[in-house]
Design a protein around this ligand. Structure first.
Ligand SMILES: NC(=O)c1ccc[n+]([C@@H]2O[C@H](COP(=O)([O-])OP(=O)(O)OC[C@H]3O[C@@H](n4cnc5c(N)ncnc54)[C@H](OP(=O)(O)O)[C@@H]3O)[C@@H](O)[C@H]2O)c1
Length: 326
């Protein structure tokens, strides 16, 4: 690319949505001119995402034109200028599609569930492993067909756990049981008595809960945990679009005391030092068919808002991906 400037369409936050799912009043598309000579990331209100892109120019001699790279804080835009220390090269393995690097290969769940990367069956109770899942553990995963949950459940199955997931549609229940190897799955929109449904699916209690939704579901889980259970707090999507005073409270934290339950939040970025070994391991699982990758691709920069909204309506299966260039 000879020119030092490029026009790019990018999504940005125009105004804060205090309640409800953000819409086109809050998140807007604009066209900007980017200088390819710039050194820093411009403008703080650009939406950011985990992305794969191609290098078109680099001042860092470690990167050359045409190389494929991945970064977790790219602008949601057609072009971006990023510091090279935020980029990781990808060398797609045979038989592994590029979107897999954003879905099953982009989610570091091994360490969170409690896996030792090289010895899956051996318990490694090191500080940063939260779930500590082991063979035979009763594992519950909410938002189990989302980008994170669908991989977490399959990894737990690889480790020999009994895995149950909750989702918002019967179609997803079928998918988890028939394609992803879940032992059981239920539709939380139909089976709305969470205490009853957890009694039904966890007659022996819950050892590990991978929480993606928070709120009433987290409260119900705390009535069904076993002694020494681990709860990995990945997200609380049921509570995001509420002012904090109207979020669902969890009234039974006391259950954690006598059962000596450990609950810990985590951010995936804190586990990036495991990324390379994680990708190698997951490429093998993918090729051997032990993990199935699921994603939905929205085409065109202008589809971003639609793709974002799909996360809050139970309509997505697996990772939601936006493809901005053909
Ligand atoms: N800690 C981290 O580093 C990190 C990184 C990535 C994501 N996260 C969080 O992890 C969670 C899962 O992420 P993801 O990428 O897998 O999400 P995703 O693919 O966007 O899926 C989200 C799913 O949540 C379910 N959901 C939406 N609204 C809900 C509600 N009110 N109550 C219960 N379920 C609801 C929907 O499926 P169903 O209704 O069909 O179940 C939706 O498909 C999110 O909370 C996300 O914010 C955390």
């Amino acid at each position: 690319m000879a020119t030092a400037e490029v026009e790019s369409r990018e999504w940005y936050v125009a105004s804060y949505a205090p309640i409800g799912v953000p819409n086109s009043d809050h998140i807007k598309l604009r066209t900007v001119t980017l200088s390819l000579k710039a050194d820093s990331i411009p403008d703080g209100n650009v939406m950011r995402a985990f992305e794969i892109g191609k290098v078109i120019r680099s001042k860092d001699t470690n990167f050359s034109e045409g190389e494929i790279v991945m970064s977790r804080i790219c602008p949601v835009a057609e072009f971006g200028v990023l510091p090279s220390n935020l980029l990781q090269k990808i060398n797609p393995a045979d038989g592994v599609a590029l979107p897999d690097y954003l879905s099953c290969l982009g989610i570091l769940i091994f360490k969170v569930l409690g896996f030792s990367t090289h010895e899956l069956q051996i318990l490694t109770p090191i500080l940063y492993t939260i779930g500590n899942a082991k063979e035979g553990s009763n594992v519950y995963i909410s938002a189990a067909a989302g980008g994170v949950g669908i991989i977490a459940g399959q990894l737990a199955k690889v480790k020999g756990c009994r895995v149950v997931g909750s989702v918002g549609s019967d179609h997803k229940v079928k998918l988890l049981k028939e394609e992803c190897g879940y032992d059981e799955a239920f539709n939380y929109r139909i089976e709305t008595d969470y205490d009853a449904v957890l009694t039904k699916y966890f007659p022996d209690g819950i050892d590990v809960y991978f929480d993606n939704v928070g709120g009433n579901m987290l409260e119900a889980v705390l009535n069904h945990v076993n002694h020494g259970a681990r709860i990995a707090l990945c997200g609380m999507i049921s509570e995001y679009n509420k002012v904090w005073t109207e979020r669902e409270g969890v009234r039974n934290l006391l259950n954690m005391v006598d059962k000596e339950v450990m609950m810990k939040g985590f951010m995936v970025g804190s586990y990036y030092n495991h990324f390379e070994e994680f990708i190698k391991e997951m490429e093998v699982h993918l090729k051997e068919g032990k993990i199935k990758s699921k994603y939905k691709i929205y085409n065109g920069t202008e589809s971003f808002l639609e793709s974002l909204t799909s996360l809050f309506t139970s309509s997505n299966v697996g990772k939601v991906i936006l493809q901005v260039t053909p």
